[in-house]
Design a protein around this ligand. Structure first.
Ligand SMILES: O=C(O)c1ccccc1N[C@@H]1O[C@H](COP(=O)(O)O)[C@@H](O)[C@H]1O
Length: 219
């Protein structure tokens, strides 16, 4: 299976173009006002157009209510919803049915026990995103640029379809792929020159590092 690669926190057409040029399978848009990557739904609808038919456009939300999700879905017609808060399995099932869209449920990981709740969401969420727990004092549930201990994924059930996330960058992605061999990866701050500012050269570097690591693993 080809590795899925999600570039998240896109706000501009240039950043989206760099992600698509590198071969992103997924592009993410953040709807969380406290984030430096927050984007208004109408703007996301405009920017995401270039991704149509080329990459899965993911709307990232945090414990959003129906009214907020209605507005996002109407304005940008995402291909997938990422629920990055404390949404219960019942809420995930409801959101999936209400919008008829695949749902990716995010989990914050610091220790082995943090992976146990995934069992409650299997058969409900379509995919999982495994991110690091936010550092103390952070107001962001994701996008903090910190990795978790990838060794924790050594025993993960092969049937769990997940994207590895949290603090990935061009320098560490080779080791992350070697240790976890995930179905997909997700990056945001590791391809930014400043919080919320995507850098086309860093996006390019990241894709190059991924391809180098993949070539090494088959050699
Ligand atoms: O990026 C954000 O600001 C954000 C805000 C609210 C929920 C999720 C958010 N980001 C998610 O976290 C991952 C990992 O980010 P990073 O690579 O460690 O910076 C990001 O890709 C989003 O899925």
């Amino acid at each position: 299976m080809p590795l899925d690669i999600k570039i998240c926190g896109l706000k501009t057409e240039d950043a989206l173009a760099a992600a698509l040029a590198g071969g992103a399978s997924h592009v993410g848009f953040i709807f969380f006002p406290k984030s430096p990557r927050n984007i208004e739904p109408a703007e996301a609808g405009r920017v995401r157009e270039a991704a149509r038919g080329r990459a899965t456009a993911v709307a990232v939300t945090v414990d959003a209510d129906d009214a907020a999700l209605d507005a996002i879905v109407a304005a940008m017609s995402p291909d997938m919803l990422q629920l990055h808060g404390k949404e219960t399995p019942e809420r995930v099932a409801y959101v999936k049915a209400r919008y008829g869209l695949p749902v990716m449920k995010a989990f914050s990981v610091r220790e082995a026990g943090d992976l146990e709740p995934i069992a409650l969401y299997r058969g409900v969420a379509d995919r999982f995103l495994l991110d690091a727990k936010p550092p103390a004092g952070s107001e962001l549930p994701g996008g903090n640029g910190v990795p978790f201990d990838w060794q924790l994924l050594a025993g993960i059930d092969a049937g769990v379809d997940y994207l590895l996330s949290g603090g990935l960058n061009a320098a560490n992605i080779g080791e992350a792929l070697r240790l976890t061999n995930p179905p997909g990866i997700d990056i945001s701050s590791g391809v930014e020159s400043a919080p919320g500012v995507k850098d086309a050269a860093l996006i390019d570097d990241f894709f190059r590092a991924v391809r180098t690591a993949q070539a090494r693993s088959v050699a």
